[in-house]
Design a protein around this ligand. Structure first.
Ligand code: NAD
Ligand code: UDP
Ligand code: UDP
Length: 315
């Protein structure tokens, strides 16, 4: 039995990770300040004696003894990370320093949840890990993009300088049950709008693309990465290479929900990337042929079922 710390464990991805690692027979400590996460995401785990919940902010030091750390604490949706951009930078940078200091002291392996946003508005397509990216360092998304880039640098430097056992995954757009209904990300927005019969808000002309990964596929990749050989630090891309425009996504969701919603076009937010698709050949080679197995239609159906139930409970 390993003891595992998950920062941001009450969030969308973190709560699924807590659940899965408990199921695999580990002891899990979930640390969160509930900025975007919620106790309701992990309430069903509270009866498990091997699960512990800690209210803490990663920008402050934290002392504990564990075998592994998954560092997920950071708001992920543009609406939330731009709400208090200075705090977002502090969370990424000071959070990384504190968790790396912890990993160094207790000799734990630590995995960083980085992001495809390190590629910015990419000029290379699809994006391999060797691509350095095209990020506006002073734009409205920079608090997140540069915070995550700095965290990657910190991880590699703690590895080189202090021999900390690190792993970095670059996560591409991930969706599934327990996304926050109001968090502003495209999949949750479109599904909630479709279920409520409200207009579906497409930003720009809807031709921009993203590659959407179902949360279970991501978890499998993250856990394989955590278990991989010490010499493989990453960064490694984890995402589903099937790429869709926002118009295609809206139509798919209208089709699944049978909604009568119409499409409303709104201005494109500043620095919104025009395309994004992971090159996952490195993950395939290093992580036992890892590749996503749940495709968009199936993943959306599961997510729609979750939001359908949630909205019924709220009404
Ligand atoms: P989320 O907002 O649901 O989860 C983030 C969690 O971190 C929340 O529970 C939040 O309360 C917590 N948190 C935020 N600031 C904190 C702080 N200072 N101290 C302690 N806890 C704090 O988002 P998510 O989608 O589950 O994302 C989890 C991680 O994965 C993030 O680091 C995010 O950057 C990364 N990621 C997610 C995606 C995606 O598409 N979902 C893509 C790329 C990277
Ligand atoms: N830290 C922590 N928990 C620990 C050990 C360290 O939160 O168990 C924090 C510590 O407060 C410090 C940061 O991690 O601010 C970086 O630690 P490191 O040892 O690298 O640097 P130093 O303490 O020398 O500044
Ligand atoms: N988007 C949209 N309507 C919405 C929310 C988002 O058209 O209601 C677009 C957004 O402009 C972006 C894409 O969907 O081009 C993905 O946005 P999201 O915030 O989910 O993720 P990110 O931009 O961080 O990849």
């Amino acid at each position: 039995m390993r003891r595992i710390l998950i920062t941001g464990g009450a969030g969308f991805i973190g709560s699924h990770l807590c659940e899965r690692l408990l199921k695999e027979g580990n002891e899990v400590i979930c640390l969160d300040n509930y900025f975007t996460g919620s106790k309701s995401n992990i309430v069903h785990l509270l009866d498990n004696p091997y699960f512990e919940l800690i209210r803490h902010d990663v920008t402050h030091p934290y002392y504990v003894e564990v075998d592994e750390i998954y560092n997920l604490a950071c708001p992920a949706s543009p609406v939330h990370y731009q709400y208090n951009p200075i705090k977002t930078i502090k969370t990424s940078v000071m959070g990384a320093i504190n968790m790396l200091g912890l990993a160094k002291r207790i000799k734990a392996r630590i995995l960083q949840a980085s992001t495809s946003e390190v590629y910015g508005d990419p000029l290379e397509h699809p994006q391999p890990e060797s691509y350095w990216g095209n990020v506006n360092p002073i734009g409205v998304r920079s608090c997140y993009d540069e915070g995550k880039r700095c965290a990657e640098s910190l991880f590699l430097n703690y590895h080189r300088q202090n021999n900390v056992d690190i792993k970095i995954v670059r996560i591409f757009n991930t969706y599934g049950p327990r996304m926050h209904p109001n968090d502003g990300r495209v999949v949750s927005n479109f599904i909630v709008q479709a279920l409520k019969g409200e207009s579906i808000t497409i930003f720009g002309d809807g031709s921009q693309t993203r590659s959407f990964q179902y949360v279970d596929d991501l978890l499998e990749g993250m856990i394989r990465m955590m278990k991989s050989d010490k010499s493989f630090t990453g960064p490694v891309n984890l995402g589903n290479p099937n790429e869709f425009s926002m118009i295609q996504l809206a139509n798919e969701i209208i089709d699944i929900t049978g909604s009568k919603s119409t499409i409303k076009y709104l201005p494109l937010p500043e620095d919104d990337p025009t395309q994004r698709q992971p090159d996952i050949s490195l993950a395939g080679r290093e992580l036992n042929n890892w590749k996503p197995v749940i495709q968009l239609r199936e993943g959306l159906e599961k997510t729609v079922a979750y939001f359908d139930k949630l909205l019924l409970m709220e009404s």
